[in-house]
Unconditional design. Structure first.
Length: 228
C-alpha cells in the first residue's frame, strides 16, 4: 500500500518532533518533509506534492498565507491546521483560505493520524468545540429565505445570491465577498446584478435600502419560504 505522504510545518522543533512521532505510529502515514516557516512549507509542498499538509497557523510567514498558496498551486493536497490558536480570525481565515481541517495542539496526539485519514477521505478534521463555532458562523452569515412583498411581488433568489446580498448588507465590498466565498470578483458582481434585477432595484445601493425597509426574516423557529 502506498503511504499517505504528510508535510509537517511548525516553527517549534520539539512540537514537530512530537507530532512526527505521533504520525509515524501509523504505518500508513509517512512524513515526507518537515519545515519551520510558511515560505518553506510552500516550497516543500510544490516539491513533494504531499497528500496532506499539517500547518501551524502562527508560524513565521503566516500559516494562513501558506494555505492560500498551497491550496491554489497544489489543489490535490489536503491541508489541516495544527495550532494553539482558538481565535476566530485564525480559524475562519484558515478555512476560507482552503484548509480542510483545524486541530488544536492540546488534543490527544494519538488522534492526529485519524484526523489525517479523515482529511484524505474528504471529512472535515475539526474538534467538536470548533464545529459549534463554525455552525454559529454559518447561521450568522447564511441568509434564511425571506419574503419580499413590496418589491414587485415575491422574488426568489438563489441561496448563493442571498448569501452575497447578506454580506453586502453587512458592509463587505465585492472583493471582500469574493475572498470570503472563494469566488472571483466577476462572479460576485454577476450574482449581485442578478439579485438587483430580480428584486426590481436600480443598483446595489437601492437594493440594500429596499431590503432593509421591506425584508421579513424567517422566524427563529424555522425557515419561512418565499411564498409563505
Amino acid at each position: 500500500m502506498t503511504p499517505i505522504r504528510v508535510l509537517l510545518a511548525d516553527d517549534h522543533a520539539p512540537t514537530r518532533a512530537d507530532v512526527r512521532e505521533a504520525i509515524e505510529t501509523d504505518p500508513e502515514l509517512l512524513v515526507c518533509a518537515e519545515v519551520g516557516d510558511a515560505p518553506a512549507a510552500v516550497e516543500a509542498a510544490l516539491r513533494e506534492q504531499p497528500d496532506v499538509c499539517l500547518l501551524d497557523v502562527r508560524m513565521p510567514g503566516s500559516g494562513v498565507a501558506a494555505v492560500w498558496e498551497i491550496s491554489a498551486r497544489c489543489p490535490q493536497t489536503r491541508i489541516v491546521m495544527l495550532t494553539i490558536s482558538t481565535e476566530e480570525v485564525d480559524l475562519f481565515g484558515a478555512l476560507r483560505a482552503g484548509a480542510d481541517g483545524y486541530l488544536l495542539k492540546d488534543m490527544n496526539p494519538d488522534r492526529i493520524p485519524a484526523a489525517i485519514h479523515d482529511a484524505v477521505a474528504g471529512r472535515a478534521a475539526l474538534p467538536r468545540a470548533l464545529t459549534t463555532r463554525v455552525i454559529e458562523e454559518f447561521r450568522d452569515t447564511a441568509p434564511r429565505w425571506r419574503s419580499v412583498g413590496t418589491l414587485g411581488g415575491h422574488a426568489r433568489l438563489t441561496s448563493r445570491e442571498w448569501e452575497i446580498v447578506a454580506l453586502l448588507r453587512r458592509g463587505l465590498s465585492t472583493r471582500q465577498i469574493a475572498r470570503r466565498l472563494l469566488l472571483s470578483p466577476a462572479t460576485v458582481r454577476s450574482h449581485i446584478a442578478a439579485a438587483v434585477r430580480k428584486l426590481g432595484a436600480t443598483d446595489r445601493e437601492s437594493m440594500i435600502r429596499q431590503l432593509d425597509e421591506n425584508v421579513i426574516e424567517a422566524e427563529p423557529g424555522g425557515p419561512q419560504s418565499p411564498d409563505s
